[in-house]
Design a protein around this ligand. Structure first.
Ligand SMILES: Cc1cc2nc3c(=O)[nH]c(=O)nc-3n(C[C@H](O)[C@H](O)[C@H](O)COP(=O)(O)O)c2cc1C
Ligand code: SF4
Length: 460
């Protein structure tokens, strides 16, 4: 257990020749030898699970898309990385974009996809450069055959990374999640969606409407695919835990001596990863560790939890995208809750009224409590909106609000009592750790995020 290199080489892979020299291309060759069904069977045997947050098995996803019918299927790489406290996909793309494109080429072969896309934020300058150069090199070398690899630059919004919103952005629209999942209503689908107006038919479309099943996978998930196929399922399963084989690329930010990204075998205790970054700082103790803004915090007594989907779930939390935000004993958890709730409120798109109204209602109540203006009505409002915020939701964002804020309330009741009595003694003020970069161990957070308004404009 501990550090292990699969997708995050210590020395960046600078060129296609470098990638071929360390075994690049072998995963694609193996997929060609195996054919689609056996490739999926190998990925299932390996137990590779999605690293975008939910841990969904890639074999099941690809099987579902492949069997969903239709003449047109697509594969998409989700490189929109917007989870606060997470910087692993950009680090992987900087270190080795070739493995991700090879993973997409294998997806295309296996799903018999007509086209593939990599969607990342327009602001991800270095990653866009590396991906664009790598695609050009691989196309010239004939490594992606006739496959068209589209690179889509999208907006800053958190929802861009939500898979149904990601497809909207690839189609040229705003990041507003559609109703149905990508394997049911895929890219450029012409099938009507729950009575919504259908997309314009594709050029040359002659038959009935089509749903174009689409597989959306995270950067880290796709990066693993060539390695799994080249080295075999048994090798992959020899790493990690039975339910979460392989490695996981972790980010650490917050109350630590350094911020950074590291790849470790699954099953490594969270504490070991925190130690690598000097968290907590000398003389301080950990109060809470959040894995993004989706799950319940882990507390000081849970730091030995092994990094795996099943163990984090058993601890009452979730591994998410393994972006860890550390809060030490100076942190006021009311302040943390109010800042992160505001993030989710601001980023909610408002298509589902309980989500926008609920995240707003929760944020207002938390702001009042944090500012010492909290009353019984604030608490009633909190518990009302926490109950209904996810009613009729198109996407998972309001469930994140429910899980995150509900669990902070349950785990740190004393902080709320202190605020209601006007006695908070913890000086630390929270920010949204939306990472623009990590430079020599120093995190660079987006200063604009704290000025973002709920209509996605910014305070001057
Ligand atoms: C609000 C929201 C934001 C998300 N942001 C990202 C993201 O930035 N990157 C990502 O890979 N997945 C993100 N996801 C998860 C995706 O919807 C999707 O589950 C994932 O890309 C699937 O890939 P995987 O199966 O390889 O994990 C987000 C989900 C939600 C609800
Ligand atoms: S649940 Fe919230 S964020 Fe998701 S689509 Fe509805 S309003 Fe938008």
């Amino acid at each position: 257990m501990g550090r292990f290199e699969i997708v995050l080489p210590e020395k960046p892979i600078a060129s296609l020749d470098d990638w071929l020299a360390v075994g690049g291309g072998q995963g694609l060759t193996r997929a060609k030898e195996l054919g689609p069904e056996a490739t999926i069977a190998e990925l299932e045997r390996a137990g590779l699970r999605g690293r975008g947050g939910a841990g969904f098995p890639i074999g099941t996803k690809w099987k579902t898309v492949r069997s969903a019918g239709g003449r047109h299927r697509y594969a998409v790489c989700n490189a929109a990385e917007g989870e606060p406290g997470t910087f692993k996909d950009r680090t992987i793309l900087r270190a080795n974009p070739y493995q991700v494109i090879e993973g997409l080429a294998i997806a295309a072969l296996t799903l018999e996809a007509v086209e593939v896309f990599i969607a990342l934020k327009a602001s991800f300058g270095p990653e866009r450069e590396r991906v664009t150069a790598a695609v050009t090199e691989m196309e010239r070398a004939g490594l992606v055959g006739d496959l068209s690899v589209g690179i889509v630059a999208g907006p800053e919004e958190y929802l861009f990374g939500e898979e149904k919103a990601l497809l909207e952005v690839i189609e040229g629209n705003d990041p507003l999640p559609r109703w149905l999942p990508p394997y049911v209503h895929g890219l450029f689908a012409t099938a009507p969606q729950l009575g919504w107006q259908a997309h314009e038919p594709e050029a040359g479309h002659t038959r009935g409407h089509e749903s174009n099943p689409t597989a959306v996978n995270n950067v880290e998930t796709l990066a693993n695919v060539p390695h799994v196929l080249a080295n075999g399922a048994d090798w992959y399963r020899s790493l990690g835990t039975p339910e979460t084989p392989g490695t996981v690329v972790c980010t650490v930010v917050g109350d630590a001596e350094r911020a950074g990204v590291v790849e470790v075998t699954c099953g490594t205790p969270l504490r070991d990863v925190l130690d690598m970054f000097g968290a907590p700082r000398p003389g301080r103790a950990v109060r809470a560790v959040l894995s993004g803004v989706t799950n319940a915090p882990l507390t000081a007594g849970q730091l030995d939890t092994p990094l795996a989907f099943e163990t984090f779930a058993a601890a009452g939390s979730g591994l998410g995208a393994a972006g860890f935000i550390v809060y030490d004993d100076t942190a006021c958890m009311v302040d943390v809750a109010s800042v992160l709730s505001r993030f989710l409120y601001v980023e909610s798109c408002g298509q589902c009224p309980p989500c926008k109204l609920g995240t707003g209602g929760i944020t207002n109540a938390l702001d009042d409590i944090a500012a010492g203006r909290g009353t019984d009505e604030s608490l009633e409002s909190l518990s009302h909106w926490l109950r209904v915020v996810a009613d009729g939701n198109r996407c998972f964002l309001p469930v994140e609000e429910q899980q995150l804020i509900g669990s902070i309330l349950r785990t740190f009741p004393d902080d709320f009592d202190a605020h209601l009595q006007g006695e908070c003694t913890r000086p630390h003020r929270a920010v949204v750790p939306k990472l623009l970069d990590i430079v020599d161990g120093a995190p660079v957070f987006d200063p604009r995020q704290m000025r973002k308004r709920p209509d996605w404009t910014y305070d001057p």
